[in-house]
Write a new protein. Structure first.
Length: 197
């Protein structure tokens, strides 16, 4: 394992230590925050299990100073983890379709002290084109059948996107020329559906 991979694993592990999952869960479920399973957060949505989130962050490999789009920000837990990983020089944009969850995640991150995040209510098209391109895009809900083209368009050259499609997580890297230069598939995952407008 090379030094970069070791450093990334250490940073992701540290993010999980620093960002308590319980803070981002409904109060009635916080006593179960250490369980490695998803939990409902209302409106048919869930906070994903730690094992899945950790894998997705390792595949995404966010770097200090990165500009990251978090699609389906939900409770704000993944947004806060990304906030820690990109550091004060980075920026995280959370997008959520459900107004009540957008407010829930935003409130959770603000009260947790995440100063480099901003939340938006999803509009007509997937993602947040107004602030594109992004160095990293994390999607926490499953697209149906294919990778959405609007999100690919918002990914910067040399950027990485991690997105579930049906029951497979795709790890994509865009080449300098704008093509998909790398694609790795990770099978056997279950997510709530990604809601397109």
């Amino acid at each position: 394992m090379n030094t970069d991979n070791v450093d990334l694993i250490e940073r992701v592990n540290q993010a999980f230590v620093q960002v308590a999952r319980s803070h981002f869960m409904p109060e009635s479920l916080r006593h179960m925050a250490e369980a490695d399973r998803p939990f409902p957060i209302g409106f048919g949505q869930t906070i994903s299990q730690p094992y899945t989130v950790k894998n997705m962050l390792l595949w995404l490999a966010p770097q200090p100073g990165d500009k990251v789009l978090d699609v389906g920000s939900g409770s704000g837990w993944s947004t806060a983890l990304l906030s820690f990983l990109v550091g004060s020089a980075g920026r995280v944009y959370g997008v959520e379709k459900i107004p009540e969850l957008k407010s829930f995640g935003e409130s959770n991150c603000l009260s947790y002290g995440c100063a480099n995040v901003q939340f938006f209510l999803a509009e007509q098209h997937l993602g947040l084109a107004a602030y594109a391109p992004y160095d990293r895009i994390l999607v926490s809900a499953a697209a149906a059948n294919q990778i959405p083209k609007p999100l690919l368009a918002q990914l910067a050259p040399d950027g990485i996107m991690v997105i579930p499609v049906d029951h497979t997580i795709y790890e994509l890297k865009k080449s300098i020329t704008g093509d998909i230069g790398y694609c790795q598939q990770h099978v056997g995952y279950v997510f709530v559906p990604l809601v397109d407008c």
